[in-house]
Design a protein around this ligand. Structure first.
Ligand code: PRP
Ligand code: HPA
Ligand code: MG
Length: 175
């Protein structure tokens, strides 16, 4: 099914402003303790790159890659681990950086997976939250924007691997 960009949902300047606020919130909560920032690939790479550059504290960055959407606008329901962490997070403060929480299935999988390594604590940070689509409820510590039940792209987020390079968040439509 062909899709194209419909409307701007969140502008570049609103993203920049909110990302800076989230970085400040995280730094305030950890009070300069060291933190491992876990970037959930691929979708959160743009958000994470902006977020960590707004932080001045002692952080490490690691990457994990999971996928469940294939080329469709609904979760397949099966979360595949494509790449695991490289570092040891046992007894570390961990912040998971997500681009979007939709059904909640990805984060549910990730939290279970990360708990096996016994971190000191896990906090969840997501740029976008689409609560109307939730299949599994999870506590989220930092939320950039709550969005309506529409499929969105841009700022790292794709439809069938496209549109990750859009500098803003947009809705899409079939045509
Ligand atoms: O709450 P959920 O319904 O699980 O959806 C959220 C997840 O889905 C997307 O990843 P996707 O599987 O598309 O992989 P990608 O990040 O490589 O695009 C997105 O980046 C989140 O990680
Ligand atoms: O709205 C969305 N857009 C792109 N990828 C996604 N993965 C979960 N929800 C979305
Ligand atoms: Mg995707």
């Amino acid at each position: 099914m062909p899709y194209r960009i419909k409307d701007t949902l969140i502008s570049e300047s609103d993203l920049k402003q909110r990302v800076k606020q989230i970085a400040e919130e995280i730094e305030r909560d950890f009070n300069n303790e060291s933190v491992v920032m876990i970037v959930v690939l691929k979708g959160s790479f743009v958000f994470a790159a902006d977020l960590i550059r707004e932080m001045n504290s002692d952080i490490n960055v690691d990457f994990i890659s999971v996928s469940s959407y294939s080329d469709q606008t609904e979760s397949t329901g099966k979360v595949k681990l494509l790449k695991d962490l490289d570092s040891n997070i046992t007894n570390k403060n961990v912040v998971v950086i997500e681009d979007i929480i939709d059904s909640g299935l990805t984060l549910h999988f990730l939290k279970d997976h990360l708990q096996l390594h016994k971190p000191r604590n896990i906090k969840i940070c997501t740029l976008l939250d689409k609560p109307e689509r939730r299949k599994i409820d999870l506590p989220v510590d930092y939320v950039g924007f709550v969005i309506p039940d529409e499929f969105i792209v841009g700022y790292g987020i794709d439809y069938a691997q496209k549109y990750r390079n859009l500098p803003y968040i947009a809705t899409v439509e079939e045509y």
